[in-house]
Design a protein around this ligand. Structure first.
Ligand SMILES: NC(=O)c1ccc[n+]([C@@H]2O[C@H](COP(=O)([O-])OP(=O)(O)OC[C@H]3O[C@@H](n4cnc5c(N)ncnc54)[C@H](OP(=O)(O)O)[C@@H]3O)[C@@H](O)[C@H]2O)c1
Length: 251
């Protein structure tokens, strides 16, 4: 796929109120895109607009609502769709989870990636568009304190690959990719996870974070998404993501 510029294009980012989603929205805007930013917290979205300017269009709503996904895609035909919304996992040993806490990432992360990918294929989005779904490095290594999170993130990676297969099969020209970031205590979710694993090991959060080395920031996550959205990286269906950037993963 040829490298394309994003200036003047429209993007949708779920989970744009904070964390990686907000970092992705900021980088897309720096690249000249208009970003429809989705999250449930209106105040967080208004703050993002105040910080990022009028190119950020707040869309308060629940990313798991399939009607909202279909409506936004049909009305705006975005060139770039970034699925970064995610439930904050309850950090507990397995026996302290309930089914509700265990399955939270299935009900939000998997459900919304399924709903938006389905809507993107059924509409379909214009050829040359890109859908990036946030999975997690936990999908490769497990995450023993976060219940069903790692399995849900493996399912996100599968859904992106299935969707990409359907796009190829039907000649739609939509590219679906999964990103598997490493643990990053630079977002609310990552801070909570790092604190829980530190406490489990009996060390301070500071000591736990110190030994991680360079940390993946929301800005760096946004820069990695730009590479995918511009078509600069097409060598894999899924990528690991760390402070060092993208690493293509074998299928
Ligand atoms: N940080 C890490 O260490 C890490 C590592 C690997 C993967 N990830 C993944 O990266 C993605 C972003 O994580 P993050 O660390 O940036 O998390 P975060 O700081 O907790 O941000 C999550 C965002 O998702 C939104 N959200 C949650 N449920 C939603 C829903 N039903 N509808 C709409 N928006 C919803 C939240 O806003 P509202 O609550 O206002 O809706 C928030 O804006 C997630 O998929 C996460 O699993 C994170």
């Amino acid at each position: 796929m040829p490298v394309s510029e994003l200036a003047g294009s429209t993007a949708v980012v779920t989970g744009a109120g904070r964390g990686f989603g907000r970092g992705v929205a900021a980088e897309l805007i720096r690249a000249g895109a208009r970003v429809l930013g989705l999250a449930r917290d209106r105040e967080a979205l208004e703050k993002a607009r105040a910080d990022l300017g009028d190119a950020f269009v707040p869309v308060p709503g629940d990313a798991t609502d399939p009607g909202l996904a279909a409506d936004l895609l049909a009305r705006h035909a975005p060139r770039t769709v970034v699925l970064a919304a995610g439930a904050t996992p309850a950090m507990l040993p397995l026996q302290d989870h309930t089914w509700e806490t265990f399955s939270a990432a299935w009900d939000t992360d998997v459900r919304h990636v399924f709903g938006w990918s389905r809507a993107a294929l059924r509409q379909p989005l214009p050829p040359g568009s890109t859908v990036v779904a946030f999975s997690s490095g936990a999908a490769l290594r497990g995450s023993p304190l976060s219940g069903g999170y790692a399995g849900a993130k493996a399912a996100v990676r599968f859904v992106a690959a299935y969707a990409d297969g359907q796009s190829r099969r039907h000649g739609l020209g939509i590219r679906f990719t999964a990103l598997l970031p490493s643990l990053a205590p630079t977002t609310d979710l990552g801070v909570g996870a790092a604190a829980a694993y530190a406490a489990y090991e009996g060390i301070t959060t500071e000591a736990f974070v110190d030994r991680m080395g360079p940390l993946l920031t929301p800005q760096a996550a946004g820069a990695a998404v730009l590479e995918l959205a511009r078509g600069q990286r097409t060598d894999a269906l899924a990528y690991g993501l760390s402070a060092d950037g993208l690493t293509p993963l074998a299928d």
